[in-house]
Design a protein around this ligand. Structure first.
Ligand code: ITT
Length: 201
């Protein structure tokens, strides 16, 4: 393997991915950097299915040998909301709705709900595929709870309302390095790197 192309249009994700994999001697490009602009319909029923759909769509366009496509499908599961927004995290209340509003709405739906019922997790599935098809999929999760107010300016998306018990703060209050060490994305990406190394890809 000589290069990884990431099938994502999300710049925040891409920033975290680069930091998480920064000690890997591997060329890493976003789809855009690789000159691939694709509109992919994510119609899977699970994070794994959607990650596989995105990786396969981009891998089907590959012309070079030795290139592997990675895709990240991720989201927030809130137990009290029957695991909403889940795989619809990016589309919750509409794709273009600011996260400030999405986060406020989740806080509102949890008004009066005690801490022990506010459990939540971030989930990330990473799929890898090359020209001959899917190689494998990994999953990482991080457990936490939905706080009572948004806090912190780091991270992106739902980070300001997702709190960690051990740290007593939201993942938007953690320095990037610490979030990446603990996060769903960090765990899934490190597992993927290990798997590909084991498979000698
Ligand atoms: P691509 O499909 O192009 O990768 P996307 O933003 O549409 O980009 P997803 O379908 O995987 O990606 O949606 C993931 C959403 O879940 C993301 O937009 C955030 O709202 C949320 N999310 C995922 N990881 C997160 C994190 O680490 N911190 C905060 N929110 C996160």
């Amino acid at each position: 393997m000589k290069k990884v192309i990431f099938a994502t249009g999300n710049q925040d994700k891409m920033g975290e991915i680069r930091e998480i994999l920064s000690d890997w001697e591997m060329e890493i490009q976003s789809m855009r950097e690789a000159g691939m602009e694709l509109d992919i319909v994510e119609d899977g029923k699970t994070f794994e299915e959607n990650a596989s759909i995105k990786a396969a769509a981009v891998a089907a366009q590959l012309t070079e040998e030795g290139v592997v496509v990675f895709a990240d499908d991720s989201g927030l599961e809130v137990d009290y909301l029957d695991k909403e927004p889940g795989i619809y995290s990016a589309r919750y209340l509409g794709e273009d709705t600011p996260y400030k509003i999405k986060n406020q709405q989740i806080l509102k739906r949890l008004e009066g709900v005690p801490k022990e019922q506010r459990t939540a997790r971030f989930v990330c599935a990473i799929a890898a595929a090359d020209r001959s098809g899917e190689i494998c999929v990994t999953r990482g999760t991080i457990e936490g709870y939905i706080g009572w107010e948004p806090c912190g300016a780091n991270g992106f998306g739902y980070d300001p309302i997702f709190y960690l018990d051990e740290y007593n703060c939201s993942t938007a209050e953690l320095p990037a390095e610490q979030k990446n060490q603990l996060s769903h994305r960090g765990k899934a990406l490190r597992a993927m790197r290990k798997k590909l190394e084991e498979l000698s890809i």
